[in-house]
Design a protein around this ligand. Structure first.
Ligand code: ADP
Length: 215
């Protein structure tokens, strides 16, 4: 089962992905994590991506499409994929359809998490990320077991540079302009599953896991 998680920054995509990975036979594909790793490793790709990410802009379609194409090569046919943060533009969605078709796969469900701009700003302020394994926490809504440490690997949690309040406005604008049209793209294909994300991760997870178990 191949699933896309769609929604603005801090809608809860990362947390939902972590819980789905825990409970279903699926692998996580986060282009944000892949790009952050490229920056950390100092690759050419990372050098191109860093200033764009720091400014809250999107990385060009051909670059992220290439990353996903490469990543797809290593994926066993029997396991599902959770796409988190990809696709983010209609051009990426079209490319993904082609890439999946070429390996005999297809998207089965697009979970669209809906939250307001106010919620995005509030949640981003409290978000804590693990620089080592990409896990996400929230200072009050979903705190780590030991303050400041990742539950899974024990690394010190950080606030991402692009989670600073002044960056989030630009990221939200990019989402409205470039990513929101994807809801229409997938709705036309009969794949869209909208969920109300205002209540928080547990409620979203309950709705999504019920939907996936029934399909
Ligand atoms: P969030 O889900 O909180 O917005 P991500 O970790 O998914 O954060 O993405 C962080 C940044 O990485 C984005 O603001 C963008 O600059 C870049 N990025 C990630 N995925 C994509 C993508 N599919 N297309 C273009 N840029 C991307």
């Amino acid at each position: 089962m191949d699933i896309i998680l769609l929604g603005p920054p801090a809608a809860g995509k990362g947390t939902l992905a972590q819980w789905l990975i825990r409970d279903f036979d699926v692998i996580h594909a986060s282009t944000g994590d892949m790009l952050r790793k490229a920056i950390k490793d100092g690759t050419e790709l990372g050098k191109i991506a860093k200033p764009l990410m720091d400014a809250g802009k999107l990385v060009p379609d051909n670059i992220v499409n290439g990353i996903i194409q490469e990543w797809l090569r290593g994926i066993p046919a029997g396991r599902g994929i959770i796409f988190d943060g990809f696709p983010r533009t209609v051009a990426q969605a079209e490319a993904l359809d082609e890439m999946l078709a070429s390996v005999g796969r297809q998207i089965d469900c697009v979970v669209s998490i809906q939250v307001t701009e106010e919620i995005v700003v509030e949640r981003i302020g409290g978000r804590l990320s693990c620089p080592r394994d990409g896990s996400v926490y929230h200072a009050t809504n979903y705190p780590p077991k030991i303050a400041g440490k990742c539950d899974k690997c024990g690394a010190d949690l950080i606030q991402r540079d692009d989670d600073k309040p002044e960056k989030i406005i630009e990221r939200y604008k990019q989402y409205l302009e470039k990513t929101m049209p994807l809801a229409g793209y997938y709705d036309q294909k009969g794949l869209l599953f909208p969920v109300d994300g205002r209540g928080g991760s547990e409620e979203v997870y309950a709705m999504v896991s019920r939907k996936l178990r029934s399909s």
